[in-house]
Design a protein around this ligand. Structure first.
Ligand SMILES: [Zn+2]
Length: 428
């Protein structure tokens, strides 16, 4: 079996390369990056491609009310708790070809290899192309995976996509889905019918590049709190106003950014993992000018850590930084809406198997808490045993320069397949 498997792994490489090329060509924009907006054209292209390739391979294809795509290699028992191998097919604007899509291609390559080796697993193996993971579009996370598991909040359907201004419900409808069905709360995927969820994803930081390791077994996905739009209000004034009279919103917001960065530095120095990002930061574009003290600044912030107590502590630290700046600078911070995500811990049994298989295969591997959020967190939250396999990737992600080597990618496919053979063996 193992010789046959090694040969099949070699044979699947051109299929993988063509699939990545086709994906890129179908969603490239004139910046050289790819754009697969959630429920947009590029994402739809990727789902159609997944469906067509699956039909070519003789696999079953299904779709749920949120237009997630499911590709199944049928097992000998259809009722045995199945394995879902999932990742998202959307991207940020001017993003890279691999963030998200690599996990779906890995799943499809694994099913192709298993099928070509004549493997009939003891349960269904399902590759899930997930919709709308990137919160950049609707300012809300995990839309597709939450919808599949009956976890999508009704309010999310009213969220408007930042570029079109149209609601999520309208976009789902346009893609051929059924938003009303999503409100019923009936999951397409019943968590009790899932034996495991596994996600392959590129690493979105350079830890593996620096460590010289091809793969990491993800240990946890950070929890976070997010404020999409904090407003700092001071007083618009003339440039000649002496400092002591000023209520400068920009100086206050900059003070906040610097203080939060200082806080992160101190956590770093004491070896406590966290991250924070101020992704948008601007004065009032209709009112600001070379000769005005800015009266209003708006910004977003995402703060993340790997322990619920740490997340709470960071919120408290932020509150006291804000209180101090308000007092010193005579401004007011309005936090606006707040969203949160829980820390998700990967299943220890699945993780140690993945790690062991990689070692056996001579693949350079390590454990790593994921720097980024992933759909895996949603499966974890509903109690599905979950595993995460991260692949080394140069140049970070959410940019057109993501660079994934075929060898590293195939190492992940290799580990995934051998894990599937253990978890869902052919009945003797
Ligand atoms: Zn991603």
């Amino acid at each position: 079996m193992h010789d046959k498997l090694d040969e099949a792994l070699l044979r699947v490489r051109p299929f993988v390369e063509t699939l990545f090329d086709t994906l890129r060509q179908g969603s490239v924009d004139n910046s050289g990056g790819v754009v697969r907006a959630s429920y947009g054209e590029g994402e739809q292209f990727a789902h159609n491609l997944l469906r067509d390739e699956a039909i070519n391979l003789g696999l079953e294809v299904a779709r749920d009310a949120a237009c997630n795509t499911y590709v199944t290699l049928a097992g000998s028992s259809r009722s045995h708790p199945k394995v879902v191998i999932g990742s998202h097919l959307d991207s940020v604007a001017q993003g890279g070809n691999y963030d998200g899509a690599a996990g779906v291609v890995a799943g499809l390559a694994a099913l192709k290899v298993l099928k070509s080796c004549g493997v009939c697993p003891d349960r269904d193996l399902v590759v899930m192309g997930i919709r709308a993971e990137e919160s950049a579009w609707f300012q809300t996370s995990y839309i597709g995976s939450k919808a599949a598991l009956g976890q999508l909040e009704a309010a999310a359907l009213d969220a408007r996509r930042i570029d079109t201004g149209r609601t999520l419900a309208d976009h789902i409808q346009d893609a051929g889905g059924d938003p009303a069905q999503l409100l019923s709360g009936m999951p397409f995927l019943d968590p009790a019918a899932l034996g495991a969820y596994i996600e392959v994803h590129i690493e979105q930081a350079p830890s593996l590049v620096y460590a010289g390791n091809a793969l990491a077994v993800g240990t946890a996905i950070p929890g976070n709190f997010r404020y999409p739009e904090i407003t700092v209000s001071g007083e618009t004034a003339h440039v000649g106003l002496p400092r002591r009279f000023r209520r400068d919103a920009l100086a206050a917001a900059a003070d906040f950014a610097a203080s939060m960065d200082k806080l992160w530095e101190s956590w770093d120095e004491s070896g406590r993992p966290m991250a924070l990002t101020i992704g948008r930061f601007h004065t009032d574009v209709n009112n600001d000018a070379l000769t005005k003290v800015p009266g209003v600044v708006r910004f977003s912030i995402d703060v993340r850590a790997y322990d619920e107590n740490d997340v709470l502590e960071l919120q408290n630290e932020m509150d006291s930084i804000v209180a101090d700046i308000e007092k010193r600078r005579g401004v007011v911070f309005d936090y606006g809406s707040r969203t949160t995500a829980q820390v998700a811990f990967m299943d220890e049994v699945i993780s140690s198997k993945l790690y062991g298989i990689a070692l056996e295969q001579g693949i350079a591997v390590q454990h790593l808490p994921s720097p980024a959020s992933h759909d895996a967190a949603v499966f974890c939250a509903v109690g599905v045993p979950t595993g995460l396999l991260l692949i080394r990737n140069e140049n970070g992600s959410h940019n057109p320069d993501e660079a994934l080597s075929l060898d590293d990618f195939m190492a992940a496919v290799d580990v995934l397949i051998r894990w599937l053979l253990q978890f869902a063996p052919s009945p003797a």
